[in-house]
Write a protein that binds this ligand. Sequence first.
Ligand SMILES: NC(=O)c1ccc[n+]([C@@H]2O[C@H](COP(=O)([O-])OP(=O)(O)OC[C@H]3O[C@@H](n4cnc5c(N)ncnc54)[C@H](O)[C@@H]3O)[C@@H](O)[C@H]2O)c1
Ligand SMILES: [Zn+2]
Length: 381
Amino acid sequence: MSKTAGSPQAAQQQIKVTLSGLEPRQYSIVVAPDLLNRLGEECAQVLAADAKILLLTDANLAERYLETAMASLKTGGFEVFPLVVPAGEQSKSLSQAQQVYETAMQANMTRKDAILGLGGGVIGDLAGFCASTYHRGMGVIHVPTTLVAQVDSAIGGKTAVNFGQVKNIVGTFHQPLRVISDSTTLDTLPKRELAAGMAEVIKYGLIETSCTGQSGFFQWLLDQAQAGTLRANFAEMIRRCCEIKAAVVMQDELETKGLRFFLNLGHTFGHAYESLSDYGLLHGEAVAIGMLKALRLSVSLGMFPETVEAQLETLYRHTNLLGCVNRSLPYEPETLLGKMKLDKKNRDANIRLVLPVDAIGQVVVRDDVPDDKILKILAQS
Ligand SMILES: NC(=O)c1ccc[n+]([C@@H]2O[C@H](COP(=O)([O-])OP(=O)(O)OC[C@H]3O[C@@H](n4cnc5c(N)ncnc54)[C@H](O)[C@@H]3O)[C@@H](O)[C@H]2O)c1
Ligand SMILES: [Zn+2]
């Protein structure tokens, strides 16, 4: 980690995401406190002065932040059309998308205009999906307000709505024009949502070296958590996560080369717990359980040092994840294994797992781990 943590220099750092392919593109991720007040200036970096903005948000966020966001965008000279949808996963639907299209049509929006999604992953995925389909594709600007969205869903260009009870089954790849992450918005995020986001943050610590060739983020998180300074350094923490995800996306934009698969550490185990809990567990909570299982499996296979488990648990304790990880859950190992076998990322009948290997930060993809080894880990409380 850089030594400039918390300095004004660090606060202004931007992460550039450069994408090759048929249409080379570049966009910036800006992470700093109090950015909502500067939304107008930030959007002016990527939109024409006469562009219209459809501001999509949910009811929880509208109550807290819509006025500030609208005022800031208007100061920037933009004509703004707000649309507030209900909070929650059910808003990632084609019927909500229809509302977005109707608002865009009523405002006579065209391809030079943009949708700005102010909210968590639900809003970001819906905003991105609508932007990629309306007028054959218009710009989307992400203003993520949950930790999950700031470190994960706003970066990488995946968009989706749910359909026929299947999550994320209808979607596109559509990279944003800009990502504007205001770390101050996390002050109002419910504690449980924050903890769930921390699981994805910790995941970056465990895959960093395989994604970027660098190391040290996991130790930095541990040091900050133990010193009680993590909260004060959220902007720095979010930036490092964005750098790691951006490094992956730049090399494997469309998930065709395998690198993007590393982002699934803890997810194959996690999805099994998440779905058996009937989504009573938050995604990040299930991933926290899954990462611990993946680590234990690596240790049992002789691939990874045993000592790291205690460090991971310390980090979980300081980030309010240990309670949910230690809670005894009523799922039979065989049922969990059955769910893992259904994971859509598997090839053939083999369970594909990302597993820590050798040292913190390094992972490997394995699809040859015998069922009985996995069952043994699932049976541990
Ligand atoms: N596109 C991707 O690559 C990607 C990656 C990960 C997750 N996702 C998707 O993201 C979604 C989950 O996103 P999420 O975890 O951000 O949940 P979310 O968007 O549902 O937000 C969680 C809750 O927090 C509230 N909230 C958001 N920001 C707040 C704030 N600053 N203060 C107070 N309340 C706030 C919301 O209103 C909501 O009730 C899922 O649909 C998932 O599929 C997508
Ligand atoms: Zn995840």
